[in-house]
Write a protein that binds this ligand. Structure first.
Ligand SMILES: Cc1cc2nc3c(=O)[nH]c(=O)nc-3n(C[C@H](O)[C@H](O)[C@H](O)COP(=O)(O)OP(=O)(O)OC[C@H]3O[C@@H](n4cnc5c(N)ncnc54)[C@H](O)[C@@H]3O)c2cc1C
Length: 430
């Protein structure tokens, strides 16, 4: 249902394309729309773009939060009347009347681009969802940071060994890149910070469990990368539990399907994502993983004038029968391709279908430890770590963010210190 009032927007006489989501796909689409003859209206529930690949570093006190978020209005500074941003949460889409309804009012569109990304998938387990923490945005990353530090503070206050054990056990579920990177960063925190900051806690008190239902870590990367990451994690003291599926967690004990019980007051869930879509789409328009089915021109199948990009879209094709991987590059490339097609259409040229250029995959385990699959090259150790640092700084949005993250990393590299050990607002108080 459209909201009663409309969001104020200038009428420019140009047709209007509304973009929902200022993530990788949305900003790459909007930035390349200059001169295409459309008024671009970008809607996002946040007034910033966030660089999700480095959320885990905020969660583990590695970098400042403002190093990985960037104001959307600043990003589009100088775009003039052809561009407008409105901060609002989209609630639904009325396809018949071509209106988007939001918590601030409704917006009419001539065309619509859905780039709303993905959400954590708890596979219907409400208890797990309520008691664990996901890592999908900056707030959750800060929650994890507060929780880790809070638990250590509480552990230092208690002389009950069972209580202390539960407070210093950390469980991470899902050994994809986010889980592996978080576990590795926590292990470094334990090795270099714990002893200095918490002299009353023994290093063996703090256990880090990485739980994975499959038989390997970093599934989807090469065997070389998986093996190397596994060896590195174990050598850093991470307890990697393969073939275990966490089936319940009540905030106190995590239980796996192999009946293993882990007392822990913190559980980070990185075991799955699903498309994050506003209301208004029919079941038949959805593919596996709750993503919108699109054709090779990003058009949502069966709906006129509506497109979907990035994690929210599933473009089934022979190379990727389940759609492209839910990572940054497909989102970036799809956003650019769709914008270029708007330009081509304006010039009366044929539209170009989307062909994904896979630039490889990488994950870091710790300082000087990373793995990277780039084409036929399988890299590990220091070289992969340097490449990982370079690529992440390169793709961060804005010079200030690049500078902040780079200098933060240099300081960490030289001292192993992590300066952001603040509990600014306690976990659970908001
Ligand atoms: C912890 C983590 C680590 C990752 N690591 C990597 C990595 O190392 N390499 C890699 O390539 N990829 C990584 N990814 C995946 C990558 O970040 C995503 O694939 C990518 O962000 C998808 O881009 P997108 O534009 O589709 O969605 P997003 O970047 O998620 O953007 C979606 C936008 O939509 C907005 N939005 C959502 N719903 C609404 C609504 N109802 N109303 C208004 N606005 C809304 C959000 O605020 C957000 O700005 C990681 C993801 C996570 C969570």
């Amino acid at each position: 249902m459209p909201a009663a009032r409309s969001i104020a927007l200038p009428e420019t006489g140009q047709p209007r394309v509304v973009v929902i989501g200022g993530g990788f796909a949305g900003i790459n689409f909007a930035r390349h729309m200059r001169g295409a003859g459309w008024q671009v209206v970008l809607l996002d529930k946040n007034n910033f773009h966030q660089f999700q690949p480095l959320l885990y570093q905020v969660a583990t006190c590695g970098i400042e939060p403002d190093g990985i978020i960037y104001p959307l209005r600043k990003l589009f500074d100088g775009f003039g009347d052809g561009f407008r941003f409105r901060m609002c949460e989209v609630e639904g889409i009325d396809l018949a009347s071509k209106r988007v309804s939001t918590d601030q009012g409704s917006v009419r569109f001539d065309r619509l681009v859905v780039a709303t990304g993905s959400a954590t998938n708890y596979f219907g387990n409400a208890q797990l969802e309520a008691c664990s923490t996901g890592m999908k945005d900056i707030r959750e990353a800060l929650d994890i940071r507060s929780r880790v530090l809070q638990n250590l503070e509480l552990a230092a206050c208690t002389d009950d060994p069972e209580e202390r054990e539960a407070l210093t056990n950390f469980v991470i579920v899902g050994a994809g890149p986010s889980g592996v990177e978080t576990a590795g960063a926590l292990a470094e925190f334990r090795a270099h910070i714990l002893k200095r900051d918490y002299p009353d806690l023994e290093i063996e008190n703090m256990k880090i469990f990485l739980v994975q239902s499959g038989d390997t870590v970093l599934k989807g990367m090469s065997d070389h990368a998986s093996q190397r990451a596994l060896t590195d994690l174990r050598s850093m003291g991470v307890e990697v539990l393969l073939g275990h599926r966490v089936k319940s967690y009540d905030g106190r004990v995590a239980v796996t399907d192999a009946a293993m019980e882990i007392p822990a007051r913190a559980l980070v869930w990185t075991a799955g994502v699903k498309g994050n879509l506003p209301e208004g789409f029919a079941e038949s328009q959805l593919a596996r993983g709750h993503r919108l089915k699109v054709d090779r021109f990003h058009r949502v199948l069966g709906i006129d004038a509506v497109y979907a990009l990035g994690d929210a879209a599933c473009m089934e094709c022979p190379e990727y029968p389940d759609g492209h991987p839910m990572v940054a590059q497909p989102a970036i490339q799809q956003g650019r391709n769709l914008a270029k097609n708007f330009h081509r259409e304006r010039r009366g040229r044929a539209l170009r279908d989307f062909v994904y250029k896979d630039k490889g995959a990488m994950a870091t385990i710790g300082k000087k430890r990373a793995v990277a699959d780039v084409g036929k090259l399988q890299l590990g150790g220091f070289v992969a770590w340097l490449l990982w640092c370079f690529v992440h700084v390169l793709f961060l949005v804005g010079f200030r963010s690049k500078l902040l993250v780079f200098t933060g990393w240099m300081a960490n590299y030289l001292t192993y210190d992590r300066g952001n050990r603040f509990i600014v607002r306690k976990f659970g108080e908001h």
